[in-house]
Design a protein around this ligand. Sequence first.
Ligand SMILES: [Fe+2]
Ligand SMILES: [Fe+2]
Length: 374
Amino acid sequence: MDQLDYTYDEIMADHPFAEPLVVQDLHCHGGYDEDGNYIPPRMLNRERAIKAWHEKLQSETNRPLLDCPDDMFADFYPNVAQTKYLLSEGIRQPLIDILTQIGTVEGFGAIIGQVQIPDLQKLFVEDVRGTATAHLGKGLFEAHARDEAGFEDISGHRDMWYAVRDIAFEYPECGDPMQMMMKQMQGGGGKGGEAMAGMASAVMPQNRIVPEISKQAEIMISRMTGLLLIERLAFQTFSWAKEVLGSSEDLAHPEDTTRIVDFICADEYPHVDYTQVALTEMQSRTFIGEDGQRIPGIDVIEPIWKNSMKGMFGFSGKRSTRRDMIISLLNQDLEGNRRKDEILRNFHDLETPDVMPEVHQEANLAAADRGMTY
Ligand SMILES: [Fe+2]
Ligand SMILES: [Fe+2]
């Protein structure tokens, strides 16, 4: 049987890299092996550990891993053609802002490292030894947080995205990323704020959802369900970014920038994997409530998961919310441009028809509410 118990240091351990990953003058996490292949950070044992816990889970239950529908999120807006069109017109600020936003949202992943972890064995009737759940506080959360936000003088995804932006746009003036986020939040007649509030509520619900379990446990689980959805959305964002960066004649160093996006992408898989395995383990076990009552795991995880799905649907499932936010930014950027109307018309003409109307999405969520498979 594969090893199921790991120490914190084992989960955090790096491969012995032949060469570190340096982007511009940033020392980033991960590195290269002898043959020059990229190896993600903290993967000496983490990947095989997650695989072993997954196999153990599969031997215990037929339950599929917790996941959202493939079509949960609308296509990225603006699409590749719209983005490249703006660049061809010399309108660069919206893409600079979007890349800054991607980096900043990646940095928010650091919150997983701040989560207070309850005594996990006391939370369940069943033995949790040798599971992903038992290792959340033994490196899994901390490795995830460091992958996203970096640690000490080693950069993680946030800075790697800022580097992608700086290389592609040759060090643009972009100001304070937090101010840029505020600008986006206030855009679109409040739609930007609505979208951001949705994402925040996916990770940090305002009200108790399953009051029978401890607040600390509920907070931990909701951080995990929210981040799992953010991770799923990230893959879609990354493929859009890669296509834009790699195929626009108006951006510099496409080979360098797309390679960094590939590295970031490679680092993301364990985040999705451990979160799915741990949440599915919890679904399959029995919680012990605050008053000692027994609660089937499914009755704890499902409501928290649905709450996160609703929040994230507001952030990126609804095409209209993000669209209003981006168009408002674009209007600001085009202020005073005498070709404004023509550029906006051309931009709208390139919009992908919404193959996933909101009614379909709403139906998906409603189905989830009725406890159907999703
Ligand atoms: Fe990331
Ligand atoms: Fe991630």
